[in-house]
Every structure is written in C-alpha cells, then in structure tokens.
Design a protein. Structure first.
Lengths: 114, 113
C-alpha cells in the first residue's frame, strides 16, 4: 500500500481565497482524521470520520472550515475564505479498528496564506 | 475520559548516552499506547505500540517502552542516543479501541555531539 496520500504538499494562497486539501486514506481503514499543526498550538485534531460519517468536529475552528468524506477512499478539508492565521501544516491520518487504531499519517500539506 | 501527560517538553542528551522520555496517562478503559516520532518538516511515524500483550515493547531504531499499569506510565527509552534521534516525540493513548486517540503535547529531544 502507498500509505496515506495528501495533496497538494505545499499550497501558497492569498487571504480570502478558497483552499481545498485532499486525502486518500489507506485502503480498508475505517477511520480518517484531519489534524492541524503549528508552533504555537501544537498538534490539534480538527475532525474525524468513521465509515465516512463525521463523528466529532468539535476541533474545527470556525465555520470557514468544512470537511467531507464522500467515499471510503477520499476526503477533503476546505477553508473558505482563508486567513493568514490558517497557515499551518495539515495532516491526514487513517486507522483501523482491527489494528488497535494505530494511526497512519500522511506527509502533510504545508499551507501558507499571505 | 483519557489524558496523556508528557512530563518534559524538552530533553537534551549527549550522543551515546541513554534517552528517557516520560509519559503518564489516564484512561477509564484498558488502553492501547503508542509513541510517534516526528523529524523536522516530516510527518509522524510510529515508533512502537502497546496493545495488551507484552508489557515491554520494542520499536524501531533501538527504542523501547514499558507499560506499567500501577504507575500509569509508558516511558520511552533508548540505551544510546544517536544524532539522528533528534526529533519531537508524541505519546498517545487510545482507550478500549475507540476511534479517537489522545496525543500528548510532545517532547523535543536534542542530541549534542
């Protein structure tokens, strides 16, 4: 398996623009997580899905953030409109109940909002 | 509810000396416990995991951790530090095979030559 795949790896955009981050989890995993990491706030869980259904989105900072998982092999995290304080590394991870929920992380998307 | 406390935010050791990164947890259920490592500008990689089998767990790159239920601890150790071990380390608890895990705040390990 190729592991968790995220795209793009780097994104630079201007304030006010829409940003879409993409994630392909490991095949067969039933959980998918979106995290944000910054120097100031560390690693934060934004939202997670189980079998494509959002379970807990309490970490989503504002209504500007939204996440979807239309099928088992794809998820998006969208920021609209983006702001400079959204600049961070965004990680996607997936896990399986059958593997004691060990989380497998993608390489991350480094987002810079100017 | 579960929580994880990494007792040191920064640890500095000399190359060739032992490493000890401390982690205490609380969990209402029998937990699975994990250590992840993150090198600069990289993603998180699993070092080792405890899932109710042997209490002494061996991981990659010579690291190991011991699950001590009576002390609610899961400290990470390595006999001899290498320069390449310099990274951030996260202790993680997952209670009763729940979907969501709780991450500690991380410990930054510095290795001096």
């Amino acid at each position: 398996d190729a592991g968790v795949i995220q795209s793009p790896r780097h994104e630079v955009t201007e304030m006010g623009q829409e940003v879409t981050l993409r994630c392909k989890p490991i095949s067969g995993h039933d959980y998918l997580f979106w995290y944000r990491q910054t120097m100031m706030r560390g690693l934060e869980l934004l939202i997670y899905f189980n079998n494509n259904v959002p379970i807990d989105d309490s970490g989503m900072p504002e209504d500007r953030f939204s996440a979807k998982m239309p099928n088992a092999s794809f998820s998006t995290l969208k920021i609209q409109p983006s702001e400079p304080r959204d600049s961070a590394v965004y990680f996607c991870a997936s896990s399986s109940f059958l593997l004691a929920n060990e989380q497998f992380f993608g390489p991350g998307t480094r987002l810079t909002v100017l | 509810a579960q929580s994880v406390t990494q007792l040191d935010s920064h640890v500095s050791v000399s190359e060739g000396t032992p490493v000890l990164l401390r982690c205490n947890y609380s969990s209402s259920y029998s937990p699975s416990l994990f250590w992840y490592v993150q090198h600069p500008n990289k993603g998180l990689q699993l070092l080792l995991k405890y899932t109710s089998a042997a209490t002494l767990v061996k991981g990659i790159n010579g690291f190991e951790a011991e699950f001590k239920k009576s002390e609610t601890s899961f400290h990470l150790t390595k006999p001899s530090a290498h320069m390449s071990d310099a990274a951030e380390y996260f202790c993680v608890v997952n209670p009763n095979n729940a979907g969501k895990s709780t991450f500690g705040d991380g410990t930054t390990l510095t290795v001096k030559p």
